[in-house]
Design a binder for this molecule. Structure first.
Ligand code: NCD
Length: 435
């Protein structure tokens, strides 16, 4: 039975949620203990350590990205996308970082994030290497993760990490900073998914997809689409951009790291409301740490249990400007969770063509993928709907990750310059190039 919507900071789930991902260290995480005090600080205190001057150094969590940074990355990504369309642009891009090497240390399953990072590196000429199976590394001989990481930093100029350990990437960033301060070699760290905690680069591609969608521009000409005027007839409140919109997140909110990172990024935009649609279960519902952070930033939060719960007089499914679906993250199940979840009606967290028909006609449907064919949170019948954004979203990952790498290595200004000198004339748009 639905308990109806609950609004903002006053809402607390009936049962206390599990502690935030960083409040206890499992046996597997014991080697992170040396950074415990630094890990436990509030996010804002960590920010200076993750940048150099005004530039990103390490990418660890969504809270590092300001509005200006998000806008700048989207502009660079748009330019890379256009330059990649022809020979001279590709030749320019590929020489930018051809002297750099990246290690993709992905000890957790990954298809899109791994391949799109690799493709992003290739666009800029960065050579990639990978460790995906830790049993093939010296960790099986008793080497600590930190020794392994320090070794990677001897051979590579960037380390991209995906791990089931929530705070491994963050700890590695501190390790690199400590090495730097003692005059040793140190390289940037990018978090490509850390346990059930954060996945900041997925959130970047989600934001980039929303930025492009909410320009309501014609894809061919990049000029204002006549469709926008029509939409404004039906939705007089509709504006361009990400501000003043209602974003729905459905499914495993508690353990969806992409949800946590994206919610943080959306907190940058004025007038957003985030509606979390999840079972009333302490494992699956919004975690207290994220709720607190969002409320502190003035984000309006609503928590409901069903697409049909009524908020501001309207069923949630009809209110949303964008919907972010997620799968149930079974790999994080604790003992007893299988039985507990079997008693919940999870079918309410699946999208159906009937629900999609009730959505606003412009509202994009996103999913970080993979979708779970057995659970079926997005059935394939929806794929041909023009609002289904998930395949486009995945391709956007390659462009925005290229832009991120260009920014970390400080070649984004060269991209701007080349684009302006060589391409601006040919692409007569004033604001944003759509491809
Ligand atoms: C997500 C992840 O790994 O967190 N996938 C991705 O990186 N695109 C989402 C998921 O696995 O459910």
């Amino acid at each position: 039975m639905s308990t109806g919507p609950s609004l903002s900071s006053s809402h607390k789930p009936a049962t206390a949620p599990p502690p935030p991902a960083d409040s206890t260290f499992t046996r597997d995480e014991l080697d992170l203990l040396c950074y415990e005090a630094r890990i436990r600080r509030p996010e804002r205190e960590k920010l200076p350590e993750l940048q150099r001057a005004e530039q990103l150094r390490h990418v660890i969590f969504g809270g590092q990205f300001s509005l200006a940074l998000l806008e700048g990355l989207a502009q660079t990504a748009d330019k890379i996308r256009v330059l990649s369309k022809n020979r001279s642009g590709r030749d320019f891009l590929i020489q930018l970082l051809h002297h750099k090497r990246a290690m993709l240390y992905f000890t957790q399953p990954s298809t899109r994030t791994f391949l799109s990072f690799m493709a992003a590196c290739q666009i800029l000429g960065i050579t990639c290497n990978e460790v995906r199976d830790p049993t093939t590394s010296s960790e099986t001989k008793g080497e600590t993760r930190f020794d392994s990481l320090r070794m990677f930093s001897s051979y590579f100029d960037l380390i991209i990490i995906r791990s089931k350990l929530a705070k491994l990437a963050e700890s590695c960033a501190y390790l690199m900073n400590d090495l730097e301060s003692t005059g040793n070699r140190s390289v940037p760290i990018i978090n490509a998914g850390s346990g059930a905690d954060e996945h900041p680069t997925q959130a970047l591609l989600d934001i980039y997809t929303l930025q492009r969608t909410f320009q309501f521009a014609d894809r061919q000409t990049s000029t204002a689409s006549p469709r926008f005027a029509e939409l404004q007839h039906s939705y007089p409140q509709l504006t361009k951009g990400l501000t003043n919109k209602v974003y729905g997140f459905c499914g495993d909110i508690g353990r969806g790291r992409t949800v946590r990172s994206l919610a943080s990024l959306l907190g940058n935009y004025e007038g957003v409301t985030l509606i979390f649609i999840a079972p009333h279960d302490p494992t699956l519902t919004l975690r207290e740490d994220l709720r607190t952070r969002l409320v502190e930033r003035g984000v309006q939060i609503v928590e409901v249990e069903s697409f049909d719960d009524v908020v501001q007089g309207t069923p949630v499914i009809e209110l949303l400007d964008a919907l972010y679906m997620t799968r149930i993250q079974k790999e994080h199940n604790a003992p007893g969770d299988d039985e507990k979840f079997a008693a919940i009606d999870l079918s309410r967290y699946k999208l159906t063509p009937q629900l999609v028909a009730r959505m606003k006609t412009y509202a994009p449907i996103l999913h970080p993928f993979p979708r779970d064919q057995h659970f079926g949170e997005i059935p394939p019948e929806i794929d041909d709907d023009p609002r289904a954004m998930y395949f486009r979203q995945a391709r956007n990952g390659m462009w925005i990750r290229s832009a991120l790498l260009a920014s970390i290595f400080g070649v984004d200004h060269q991209i701007d310059q080349f684009f302006n000198d060589e391409y601006r004339e040919r692409h007569h748009d004033d604001d944003r190039i759509i491809t």
